[in-house]
Design a protein around this ligand. Structure first.
Ligand code: XMP
Length: 317
């Protein structure tokens, strides 16, 4: 019978055996998988594991600080890298969704490679790969696909030459969450909605500027905090806001306004391959819409996305 405690003990033994006195480097995303994988590796080899958490300037409001803090509380040896400007520079003027993804993927590789270089004698790359990622090896998600398509000519970045250790590659998401809870990883990490690697960049349709990121962070924060306050967060598989490249006419006092439109999206899903829009209560949507329009400067209209996947996708880009 599978229990998380048996899995944890066996995995820690295996990791000790496999890695020995070697050093491991690992990128953390703030998500469940990489956090649980890192915690397991840390239990096995302690501070021979160095974790890297990159602020790409495309995270949710306060997420970088909060997640870094959680990692430190878990005792992980984690280096936080503020690379916001590098990502904004790489994204400047790019509007095509795939070009944006490539720019982000390549910048992540450069930043991570710089950090990995600073660790003397590192031999292993830790990864939070889970079983569905293994079977779905044609997945377009995650940085690995980008790495493969962009670095098979002219040599791989140095960290890609490392041996790979993936302690969760036999588990499904539920198993990962169970293991994470048994490892006492805080619920704000374990119960977290999935969040795409390119972050808010694919929720800002068109080109990215720090100003647009700041607007979307405020909108997203109101929506997500509202879901949590009204105990709806756990009913939803993934939620977020999209900043549309559209202005609409509004009125405020005696003034005519001409400002941005945002769309809210909340879906239920099992694996992200198909999804249904969530029938959030009208009262909730009304409250959130008011709060966004009243508090976020530059936004005068909120719409709710009622498309399912297929034929729509979860993200808009
Ligand atoms: P779509 O929009 O394809 O999204 O229905 C399905 C799931 O994948 C996530 N997603 C991504 N994750 N890099 C990622 O790491 C990406 O480029 C990417 N695009 C979409 C999306 O958030 C949803 O959970």
């Amino acid at each position: 019978d599978w229990t998380s405690d048996v899995f944890i003990d066996a995995t820690i033994d295996e990791l000790k055996e496999k890695i020995g006195e070697d050093k491991v480097v690992m990128g953390l995303s703030g998500g469940v998988d990489s956090s649980v994988a890192a915690t397991l590796i840390h239990r096995a080899i302690g501070d021979n594991l160095t974790c890297v958490f990159v602020d790409n300037g495309l995270l949710r409001k306060n997420e970088y600080e909060e997640v870094l803090d959680s990692y430190k509380h878990l005792g992980l040896n984690v280096i936080g890298v503020d690379a916001k400007q590098r990502f904004y520079d790489a994204l400047a003027g790019k509007s095509d969704p795939e070009e944006k993804r490539k720019a982000i993927g390549n910048t992540f590789i450069e930043v991570f490679d710089d950090e990995a270089h600073k660790i003397q004698g590192v031999k292993w790359l830790g990864q939070g790969t889970i079983y569905p990622d293994v079977i779905e090896s044609v997945s377009v998600n995650g940085p690995s696909a980008t790495i493969k398509s962009h670095h098979n000519v002219g040599g791989l970045p140095d960290f890609m030459k490392l041996k790979v250790v993936e302690p969760l590659n036999t588990l499904f998401k539920d198993g990962v969450r169970e293991v994470g809870r048994a490892l006492q990883i805080p619920e704000n990490i374990i119960g977290r909605h999935p969040f795409p690697g390119p972050g808010l960049a694919i929720r800002i349709l068109g080109d990215i500027t720090p100003e647009k990121v700041a607007i979307l962070q405020e909108v997203d924060h109101i929506f997500i905090q509202g879901l949590k306050d009204d105990k709806l967060y756990d009913e939803v598989w993934q939620a977020g806001a999209i900043l549309l490249p559209v202005q609409s006419v509004g009125v405020m006092g005696d003034e005519r306004t001409y400002e941005q439109v945002v769309a809210l999206r909340a879906v239920t899903s099992v694996d992200g391959m198909t999804a249904d829009w969530v029938h959030l209560p009208y009262e909730f949507l009304g409250k959130i819409s008011n709060e966004i329009i009243n508090k976020v400067k530059g936004v005068n209209r909120v719409v709710y996305d009622i498309s399912s996947k297929p034929p729509a996708t979860i993200e808009w880009e």
